[in-house]
Ligand binder design. Structure first.
Ligand SMILES: NC(=O)c1ccc[n+]([C@@H]2O[C@H](COP(=O)([O-])OP(=O)(O)OC[C@H]3O[C@@H](n4cnc5c(N)ncnc54)[C@H](OP(=O)(O)O)[C@@H]3O)[C@@H](O)[C@H]2O)c1
Length: 336
């Protein structure tokens, strides 16, 4: 096993959307394992917009402490145990874990870890995307909270990203008319042709009119990955007793202070809207069920999982910047 470990560290706190120069790659020697520890080879890094929040000074909360300058950046990785002094983690076990962006991680099992099945039926990176936190967020958001009915209109922001690309397909399977909000026309064509959305609209000044055109019956369910002005627009186009499922708010992760909320909250009252947020993290006990259902849909050819994949630890920073610049089509991963 290699003794040198390369890690992506937080070189400076991002100002707004992260850029490559916010990160640096550093090397350090791996130290010998203590009793109870095991070392994992991280095969894939998952790039997740939500981790941006903990890059801000003082952003620690019950989920994660704020990331420290000069320290490895925390994220989700797909790992294989390669050496172990912990009887619960045998060599060869595959894990999806909240470890840092590095080639090797040492753990004592107290980290946030989900074990993968003994035999991997799908390519390993699928367990980071469609069968990982990303796909499960779409699954819980659509099947437990949003629950679209046949014929309803579902509007999804960040529709061509990791979560949005799966959420749209699940809504379509349930018989909904699905409309995705994306950042540009190319991605709009892609979500219709590749993911099966019924229509795409482009975020920008003309968004309200574009939504009105492709949602002639209004919107019954809004699945939000972006927040900010898009949430306000969504409230405007919701039908009476519409549901809003808040999965994320990527447009505000770079803000030092929370941005002002939607100005049209009184419409929540007059239209009797329901708004519910959720964290996949708090549904740990349902991960096996979610993974099994998502896998079944993949086996049946009903669900695809496109990836924006880069190679090597030196590409991790670029991949993360791509996600915030909207250059990702589907789930963003780096193969180490
Ligand atoms: N609740 C949970 O448990 C949970 C779990 C996982 C993820 N999430 C959330 O799900 C959302 C999607 O996460 P992801 O990691 O899969 O990312 P992603 O959807 O792959 O990428 C984010 C997309 O959002 C759009 N975007 C990025 N920056 C933006 C900005 N400043 N303003 C407006 N749009 C912007 C871009 O698409 P366009 O340019 O095409 O618009 C980009 O492709 C995030 O909000 C994340 O926090 C929540």
């Amino acid at each position: 096993m290699a003794t040198l470990n390369r890690s992506v560290v937080l070189a400076r706190r991002p100002d707004g959307n992260p850029v490559e120069a916010d990160f640096a790659v550093q090397s350090a020697e791996l130290t010998p394992l203590a009793d109870g520890q095991f070392v994992c080879r991280n095969h894939f890094v998952s790039l997740d917009a939500g981790f941006r929040k903990w890059m801000n000074e003082g952003a620690g909360d019950e989920v994660l402490p704020a990331m420290a300058l000069g320290e490895p950046v925390m994220g989700l990785v797909l790992s294989e145990v390669v050496e172990s002094r912990n009887a619960d983690y045998a060599v060869g076990t595959w894990l999806m874990a909240r470890f840092a962006w590095q080639e090797y991680s040492v753990s004592d099992g107290s980290d946030f870890i989900a074990r993968l099945p003994g035999e991997l039926e799908f390519p390993p990176s699928a367990y980071m995307g469609v069968l990982g936190d990303t796909g499960m967020s779409a699954y819980f958001g659509m099947t437990e909270l949003g629950v679209p009915e046949p014929g309803e209109t579902v509007l999804i922001s960040g529709a061509g990203g990791g979560v949005g690309s799966i959420a749209g397909q699940i809504a379509k399977m349930r018989g909904a008319h699905t409309v995705g909000i994306v950042g540009n026309a190319d991605k709009g064509r892609w979500i219709v042709e590749t993911l099966g959305y019924d229509a795409a609209v482009i975020r920008g000044d003309n968004l309200l009119a574009e939504i009105a055109e492709v949602c002639p019956n209004g919107v019954d369910l809004y699945f939000d990955n972006v927040g900010g002005p898009l949430l306000e627009t969504a409230i405007d186009v919701m039908n009476h007793r519409g549901r809003l499922v808040l999965c994320g708010a990527v447009s505000g992760y770079g803000d030092e202070k929370p941005a002002p909320g939607p100005r049209n909250m009184f419409e929540v009252v007059t239209k009797e809207l329901s708004i519910q947020g959720f964290m996949t993290h708090f549904r740990h006990e349902r991960y096996d069920e979610a993974r099994e259902q998502l896998a079944a849909w993949m086996r049946e050819g009903k669900l695809i999982s496109p990836e924006h994949r880069l190679q090597g630890i030196d590409s991790v920073a670029r991949a993360y910047a791509d996600l915030f610049a909207g250059r990702n089509y589907g789930k963003t991963v780096v193969e180490l």
